[in-house]
Design a protein around this ligand. Structure first.
Ligand code: NAP
Length: 509
């Protein structure tokens, strides 16, 4: 295993309104594992005396980067430019390890010292980044920092391009949720540092992770130059539990891998832009991607039917992409396999026993489609019950199944009943798609995983039926992805516990 890149600093911005508050934040940052703090002088509501500032800096237990961002560069400092530069010069003399000086300050006016020359664009990615970096490297700054607003994770890949060509220590950051990858994987590409906040409220730029998240969830200290990358593509993606379960699985199996969230706008073009970017850069070591709403159809279109298995083609949606070092890409759908595995395990039957088994599927959306394709593939007799009957009829016809209105469920003779609607999902947890369990039904399966025990499952349990939860299915689909990508057995119990802990801590959906 390659050794970690020790010089990539974890820098915590301090954003309190006075030095005492910043001291408190600094001690918390030290406890939380930061290597350095960014003393955001522009957040102070009163300018401290030179003596107080000097004492503060000299007593700091961590390395100090002093920044005094003017309003024109997205900061809070409103005073005269000459005072601002004098303030920074003083911080440097007082012992700050670095001072941040914006690249729009004319060279003769820049304070002397260990400077980080910084460039920010809060609107977009500048077109001439390589030229910009070169100009910055040609100046007197010791470190270069380029930060710009991202609108696609591909912008983070461009940051990694910059880090690879940099001749001086460099930070390259794609700001915003879509660019989070540039922060989480900065260590892999030998960045000078990355910023992580104390908590969600005290961040100083969009997309900054918290120290807690980057160190524990995203395994900062384990990232090396040869770390393999994985991630989940979605929109939204912030609520996804996939980073938690996959990073826990990677940690448990001691694999050198990192799994990140990737927010991509809902369009096939945005999806393709990122995937093309990944495949053009084999040195990223990108090995696998989970795909969630609304991109499962985009993923199928991108890889092409020829690169998917038969059932995935029938389902018409890909939730797993596997990448080879030569850019080859394959798509599959682990949702259906997960559902079938969970069902068979609970019923204590083999897949061949699904043949001719009467099943009722509630819903006619994406999950219903995956389950319908899988159940009919194994020969089950499926009836789709949906609020919008026309939708159920169209789907049923495609797979040789039957369709009926939701109101007909009580007279169903199904032995298996599966809820694929969103009825009963957090926060509407008192809702239930049906009032009674049909008499012949032996097993009730709710694909909803938040809450774990839906109203439907509580009702089924009370009526003495076996149940399958959405968590069972979620663990299985993630475990199947992990096994496809790594060839190792997935630590299912660990993955399940992570989900249950996450569901306990959040009311997330
Ligand atoms: P979808 O494509 O949006 O379909 C939603 C379905 O729910 C449609 O059939 C819709 O009926 C029905 N529905 C929505 N509101 C309803 C209401 N008030 N009354 C009756 N029916 C209603 O969603 P999806 O992607 O298939 O996801 C469905 C569920 O699967 C989600 O709740 C999610 O929690 C769960 N899921 C679980 C996993 C897992 O791993 N466990 C993975 C993915 C999704 P109409 O056709 O009439 O609109």
């Amino acid at each position: 295993m390659t050794s970690p890149v020790p010089e990539t600093l974890l820098i915590c911005p301090l954003t309190a309104s006075d030095l005492a508050g910043m001291r408190d934040q600094m001690h918390r940052a030290a406890d939380a594992g930061a290597d350095a703090v960014e003393l955001r002088l522009d957040f102070l509501t009163h300018t401290p005396s030179p003596e107080d500032l000097q004492t503060w800096i000299r007593q700091a237990p961590l390395k100090v980067l002093a920044t005094c961002r003017p309003q024109r560069q997205g900061g809070h400092y409103e005073g005269e430019e000459s005072d601002r530069l004098a303030f920074l010069a003083h911080a440097s003399r007082a012992g700050a390890d670095w001072i941040d000086v914006e690249s729009d300050v004319p060279e003769p006016q820049r304070p002397q010292g260990h400077t980080i020359l910084s460039f920010h664009d809060f609107q977009q990615r500048p077109g001439d980044l390589a030229d910009l970096l070169q100009q910055m490297e040609d100046s007197t700054g010791k470190v270069c920092k380029i930060a710009f607003a991202a609108d696609n994770p591909q912008d983070a890949l461009v940051c990694f391009d910059l880090l690879r060509r940099a001749r001086k220590p460099t930070l390259a950051l794609a700001m915003g949720e879509s660019g989070q990858l540039s922060r989480l994987a900065a260590r892999k590409f030998g960045a000078f540092g990355t910023f992580a906040s104390l908590d969600a409220a005290s961040g100083s730029a969009p997309g900054q992770p918290t120290l807690e998240a980057i160190r524990s969830l995203y395994r900062w200290k384990d990232v090396t130059a040869s770390t393999q990358l994985y991630g989940v593509i979605g929109c939204p993606v912030g609520h996804s539990m996939s980073p938690a379960i996959h990073n826990a699985a990677l940690a448990q199996t001691a694999l050198d891998g990192l799994y990140v969230p990737l927010r991509i706008e809902n369009s096939a073009e945005h999806f393709a832009r990122f995937l093309d970017g990944v495949r053009e850069r084999p040195w990223l070591d990108w090995r696998g991607l989970s795909v969630t709403l609304p991109h499962k159809e985009h993923a199928l279109a991108y890889v092409g039917e020829a690169n998917c298995d038969e059932l995935t083609r029938k389902i018409g949606a890909v939730n797993t992409l596997t990448l080879q070092p030569d850019g080859e890409i394959r798509g599959t759908n682990t949702d259906y396999a997960a559902a079938i595995e969970s069902l068979c395990k609970t019923m204590e039957i083999g897949k061949s026993d699904l043949s001719a088994l009467p099943c009722a599927l509630l819903g006619a959306g994406g999950v219903a489609r995956a389950l319908l394709a899988a159940l009919t593939h194994y020969g089950a007799e499926v009836t789709l019950y949906n609020r919008t009957l026309r939708r159920a009829e169209a789907l049923a016809e495609e797979f040789g199944a039957h369709a009926a209105p939701l109101a007909d469920v009580p007279s169903s003779q199904a032995q298996v009943l599966i809820n694929c609607t969103s009825v009963g999902m957090h926060p509407d947890i008192e809702a239930c798609p049906i009032d009674t369990i049909p008499p012949d039904t032996r097993v009730v399966f709710d694909t909803i995983y938040n809450p774990v025990q839906t109203r439907l499952l509580t009702m089924a349990r009370a009526a003495g039926r076996r149940i399958v939860t959405g968590v069972d299915m979620f663990v299985e689909q993630g475990a199947a992805q992990f096994e496809i990508w790594t060839g190792l057995q997935a630590p299912r119990e660990i993955m399940r516990n992570v989900i249950l802990e996450n569901l306990d801590q959040t009311s997330g959906d």
